[in-house]
Design a protein around this ligand. Structure first.
Ligand code: G
Ligand code: G
Ligand code: MN
Ligand code: NA
Length: 248
């Protein structure tokens, strides 16, 4: 509970920062998007990973104000880039009635084009398949917001749900990418995910691209875009500005 109080205080004191991890086309030459990832560089203390504080925020209800801050900050900082802006949504956030309307209102307020905004959801969100979540995804897509399925291949629902639950993009989980050059089964699974994604008209993104060997394998397999430490970790907005300038 002490940490929960620190999250609430951190929000009030504006301690959180959004960082952005670049996504490249399959040649690795052109930045085409970013994934927004929250960071908490607590003044005078060791940083805490979002893998720790996001689940705690979910258990305490703080995820709602925190998620609003994440969405708004990403829209305001990212609208100036000619890039797709992918943001992680908590499963709890999606299930709140009015999530789509609130997101669209934030986009309008930030003057951010809905067509460049992507909401990343997980298979857990789909598995719940409650009506609010389904309606939110439908309404967002109708307004031009893209939906991405994160950590694809690690859940149980993958194949059956893709039929009833259309998404624009699937992100191959980095556990498969990490093994493509050492394990035949991981390479086979990547090929299978790309075939399914392409057959269903979805874009396929690979996460956790760490080496030029990974990049070459994934490009040959037909993945559309690439994200990982080979290119960059998540960086502050001003570093994305500099990378875009250097690319011109
Ligand atoms: O970026 P990093 O490896 O530290 O992220 C750790 C975990 O926290 C990942 O599962 C990631 O999806 C999650 N995470 C990071 N930033 C956000 C965010 O802005 N919103 C949500 N809901 N999850 C995030
Ligand atoms: O769960 P999600 O995919 O949203 O979270 C992204 C997480 O993956 C972040 O914590 C980010 O720091 C991490 N990440 C990004 N690129 C790489 C990579 O190339 N290798 C590894 N091991 N982690 C990565
Ligand atoms: Mn993600
Ligand atoms: Na992931």
């Amino acid at each position: 509970l002490t940490l929960a109080r620190a999250i609430a205080a951190g929000l009030a004191a504006n301690e959180f920062k959004m960082y952005y991890q670049p996504q490249y086309d399959r040649t690795g030459q052109t930045m085409i998007g970013v994934e927004a990832l929250i960071r908490w560089p607590r003044p005078g203390m060791a940083p805490i990973s979002p893998a720790v504080f996001i689940p705690l925020a979910e258990r305490t209800g703080l995820i709602h104000p925190l998620s609003d801050w994440i969405f708004k900050t990403t829209m305001h900082e990212g609208k100036r880039w000619p890039l797709k802006l992918a943001v992680n949504a908590s499963t709890l956030q999606l299930a709140v009635p009015g999530f789509a309307d609130r997101t669209l209102a934030m986009l309008a307020e930030a003057e951010c084009d809905p067509r460049k905004f992507e909401v990343e959801i997980t298979e857990t969100a789909i598995l719940r398949h409650d009506e609010n979540t389904l309606k939110a995804i439908h309404d967002l897509r109708a307004a031009g917001v893209r939906i991405g399925l994160d950590d694809f291949g690690t859940g149980y629902s993958s194949l059956a749900y893709l039929r009833n639950f259309p998404v624009d993009e699937i992100k191959i989980d980095r556990s498969f990418v990490a093994s493509v050059d050492s394990a035949v089964d991981a390479a086979t699974i990547v090929h299978a995910i790309v075939s399914i994604g392409r057959a269903l008209g979805m874009k396929v993104v690979a996460e956790g691209v760490e080496t030029e060997e990974h990049r070459r394998f994934l490009a040959a397999a037909g993945v559309h875009s690439l994200q990982g430490f080979l290119f960059s970790t998540a960086v502050p907005a001003h570093e994305i500005d500099a990378m875009l300038l250097a690319q011109q």
